[in-house]
Design a protein around this ligand. Structure first.
Ligand code: UDX
Length: 437
């Protein structure tokens, strides 16, 4: 198939490279010339394991190219819309400016029989509206909605081997052609027996936001239990293990700690509530407001615990912050709880020196006032306390005895419950965590 991918961010760049890897001829399109220049040179504009290798091999085979010129989409069979849908400034609703711009600029170049395939996470009802825009310009093109479930850090494997595919198809005759096109694009996954759900636009749009709302709820549920564990001396990690053995519950997404962040879960649960309100069904999702509030309280709790760890005052204390990305294996700091806590610690008087294996550059852009170190050891030198905010493997693997020789005082906050408290305490550290005695 000849495919374009419009929007080459965390989602689109990975999707373009993976589609080329699967044997399709792919043109990535983005309005950001700097990004296109990097991608054209076979370089990833962000950190994503496995992506650089795919970009170099796909560019080498000539199956993958990039451009800023949307008119080059003419003549391609399928066009993925993979642009961002951030939260609107000062509101909870999703900002659809980029999706609308992508579709309206693409529409005049659509060939009869081509299929536009939406991947971006959108409020329910968007696909039907976009289908109307396309029909007004090229009535012989179709729109399908095919939500993406990739996780940053595992984006390549999630795209090459998805755990399910969802096709939201148009009504009427156009459905068959859209389905055949999607089947051809996903031949490899379908050959591997990937479960396929075929449905209409609204259901496909809702699958995506429901999945993210459920994941966010699971995390906030365990973080609410962590609050109770904190006032009772119970251990939330043991509770998660024990309830997780019940196959109906499952252990995944029950890690209590600083809570969720990133470019998806926080804004998606807010946009979902806003959309429910517009549809007159706001009561259905009021629990998501609670999910959001529990999540935001984690950050306050982490700052309070750091203060407690420092005997009641952050003023003038050197705090080594380990981890700034919203999760490990990513350089993404969008709505990162870790970066937020680092900045709050500084605002409350601590001397913060932060380190992250990948996210320092992005963090510096948002918070130039913070001090950044070149390594975990550099950050921790002579620190009064160490706080682990993103559970990168290199932090989980720290040797408490060796690390204890660098710091001024052996005090540590484990913001992600990723260390073994007994080992750290045995090495002389004062260890605190969220939801653990
Ligand atoms: C998420 C969804 O998982 C993915 O399916 C969707 O396509 C996009 O949104 P992503 O944002 O990459 O993916 O990250 P994810 O791995 O889901 O983690 C989200 C946040 O939750 C991170 O900040 C992470 O630290 C936090 N988290 C995750 C927890 O606090 N506890 C957990 O048990 C799991």
């Amino acid at each position: 198939m000849r495919i374009t991918v419009i929007g080459c961010g965390y989602l689109g760049a990975v999707h373009a490279a993976c589609m080329a890897e699967l044997g399709h001829e792919v043109l990535g399109i983005d309005v950001d010339a700097a990004k296109i220049e990097l991608l054209s040179a076979g370089r990833a504009p962000f950190y994503e394991p496995g992506l650089p290798e795919l970009l170099t091999s796909a560019s080498a085979t000539g199956r993958l190219s990039f451009t800023t010129d949307i008119s080059r989409a003419a003549g391609y069979d399928a066009h993925f819309i993979a642009v961002g849908t951030p939260q609107k400034k000062g509101e909870h609703a999703a900002d659809l400016t980029y999706v609308d711009a992508a579709v309206t600029s693409l529409a005049p170049h659509l060939a009869p029989g081509s299929v536009v395939i939406g991947k971006s996470t959108v409020p329910v009802g968007t696909a039907r509206r976009l289908a109307g825009i396309i029909a007004g310009v090229q009535p012989e093109a179709a729109l399908a909605w095919n939500p993406e479930f990739l996780r940053e850090g595992f984006a390549v494997q999630d795209t090459l081997r998805p755990d399910r595919l969802v096709y939201g198809l148009p009504d009427g005759d156009a459905a068959d052609h859209a389905k055949t096109t999607l089947d051809e694009i996903y031949t490899v996954a379908l050959g591997n027996d990937t479960p396929l759900v075929v449905t209409g636009y609204e259901t496909a749009e809702l699958v995506k936001v429901s999945a993210n709302a459920f994941l966010a709820t699971k995390i906030s549920f365990i973080n609410a239990i962590a609050e109770i564990a904190d006032v009772t001396g119970a251990d939330v990690t043991k509770i998660a293990d024990a309830i997780g053995y019940d196959a109906r519950i499952g252990r995944k997404f029950l890690n209590a700690g600083l809570g969720f962040g990133g470019g998806c879960l926080p804004k998606d649960i807010r946009a979902f509530q806003a959309r429910a309100g517009e549809l007159g069904a706001d009561q259905a999702l009021t629990f998501l407001r609670e999910v959001d509030q529990i999540n935001m309280r984690r950050r306050v709790r982490a700052v309070d615990l750091t203060r407690e760890l420092l005997d009641g005052s952050l003023l003038g204390k050197k705090v080594a912050v380990l981890g700034l990305a919203f999760k490990p294996e990513s350089d993404d700091v969008r709505d990162s709880p870790s970066l937020d806590v680092a900045s709050q610690l500084r605002a409350q008087g601590a001397r913060v020196v932060a380190f992250d294996p990948q996210a320092v550059e992005n963090a510096r852009r948002l918070h130039p006032e913070l001090d950044f170190a070149e390594s975990a050891a550099d950050a921790a030198r002579d620190a009064d306390a160490v706080v682990i905010l993103t559970e990168w493997r290199e932090f989980r693997d720290l040797d408490p005895a060796e690390f204890g020789q660098i710091v001024a005082d052996k005090r540590i906050l484990d913001g992600r419950n990723c260390l073994d408290p007994d080992t750290w305490r045995a090495a002389g550290w004062r260890y605190r965590a969220l939801g653990r005695p």
